[in-house]
Design a protein around this ligand. Structure first.
Ligand SMILES: *Cc1c(COP(=O)(O)O)cnc(C)c1O
Ligand code: SF4
Length: 356
């Protein structure tokens, strides 16, 4: 296809309707069929032609397919139980800014993503509608960061900030870099995985080189996602002098096996991407069917330890509800457990009870 390598073409030609997905996937399961007709009313769907091509049209257990086709489980009241009602409601006084840890602030520049992942923990915030912030909305964010001199790092996320034009993205990053106490810029983006063509764009690569170092943190979940296109994208980013890290989410039926994780992390360090976090899936409405017990993650971590290079070891972590922050999951950090009640020490040293 003529424009397949053009990221704008990929975005324009995203499959965003149930009919579009039905054309590609034969023999839909009942759960998928029902998902296509019912889930789309609550959660957005969307996939780039590139990422769709990685999905198996015949096999419902395909890990890529499971990340893009909605299933009825996403809204089944029998499945979506014990969700955290306070999840994601932690944005502060300034819209599109979350300042949880003293030295880091998170800015979300757009609600749009190239692919709407079924397991997205920000599901209620992305894609509905697709909207980028305006320069007027950016001003109070900038002022806040400028005023709060303890902030050293700005984490730019979304949605996916790399769906913005290079010009817009460059504007925001250059503005943030004008603030003296900002030492680190981090971009959270899934484009290297689902839209690697974004990094064939010479203008973007030139800009990334100009602002280097920017820490690019991406989101690979399965070894199948590491294609030739991805390798090219990663090589191009690395040539601009910017480090790439990865966050994986532990997902039932997608990557919840020690061997899959081992292969994923081996392949990531082979292409120059450092596994950073392995996140336990949060109890958020719409993603509960992807959750595993903590034991599954702990077992994966002990499988990796001793088998894999230290370079390939992520930190297994859980986001505590109520903005309490991330805690590392290892037997040392889980202070105590009584049935469903878990006790953790949060980043401030306080003991937090978390029932799930
Ligand atoms: C995860 C997160 C960060 C970054 O945390 P790190 O441990 O530095 O990766 C910053 N702010 C918020 C609100 C977050 O959720
Ligand atoms: S790319 Fe990230 S933010 Fe966007 S839908 Fe996927 S998981 Fe959610």
């Amino acid at each position: 296809m003529e424009n397949f390598d053009d990221w704008r073409w990929q975005l324009r030609n995203r499959i965003r309707t149930p009919e579009g997905l039905r054309k590609y996937f034969k023999n839909l399961t009942e759960d998928e069929e029902k998902g296509l007709s019912l889930v789309v009313k609550q959660f957005p769907i969307g996939v780039t032609p590139y990422y769709l091509n990685l999905a198996d049209p015949e096999d419902p257990s395909c890990p890529v397919r499971r990340q893009i086709i909605p299933t009825y489980s996403e809204i089944d009241p029998k499945v979506q139980t014990s969700c955290d009602p306070n999840a994601l409601e932690e944005e502060g006084q300034i819209p599109h800014l979350t300042h949880r840890y003293p030295d880091r602030a998170l800015v979300t520049l757009t609600t749009m993503c190239p692919v709407y992942c079924r397991h997205c923990m920000r599901k209620r915030k992305v894609g509905k509608p697709e909207r980028a912030i305006t320069e007027e909305e950016f001003r109070p964010i900038w002022d806040y960061i400028k005023r709060n001199t303890q902030i050293r790092e700005v984490l730019i996320s979304g949605g996916d900030p790399l769906v913005l034009s290079t010009e817009k993205l460059a504007y925001y990053i250059r503005e943030i870099k004008k603030i003296d106490h900002i030492e680190v810029i981090r971009i959270g983006t899934r484009t290297p995985v689902i839209l690697p063509q974004r990094f064939y764009d010479e203008d973007l690569l030139r800009f990334l080189e100009e602002v280097s170092p920017v820490w690019v943190v991406t989101h690979f979940n399965h070894p199948k996602e590491i294609t030739e296109e991805v390798k090219t994208a990663v090589r191009n980013i690395r040539k601009t002098g910017n480090p790439i890290l990865n966050q994986t989410v532990l997902l039932k039926g997608i990557n919840d096996s020690p061997l899959t994780m081992e292969e994923l992390f081996r392949k990531l360090i082979a292409i120059g991407v450092k596994p950073y976090y392995l996140f336990h899936c949060d109890p958020i409405y719409g993603v509960v069917h992807f959750r595993t017990p903590i034991e599954v993650g702990l077992k994966i971590m002990s499988h990796l330890r001793g088998r894999l290079s230290g370079l390939a070891q992520p930190v297994y972590a859980l986001d505590l509800p109520g903005g309490k922050g991330k805690v590392v999951l290892s037997p040392q950090y889980l202070l105590k457990r009584e049935g469903k009640k878990h006790y953790f020490r949060d980043y401030t040293g306080e003991v937090v009870e978390y029932e799930f």
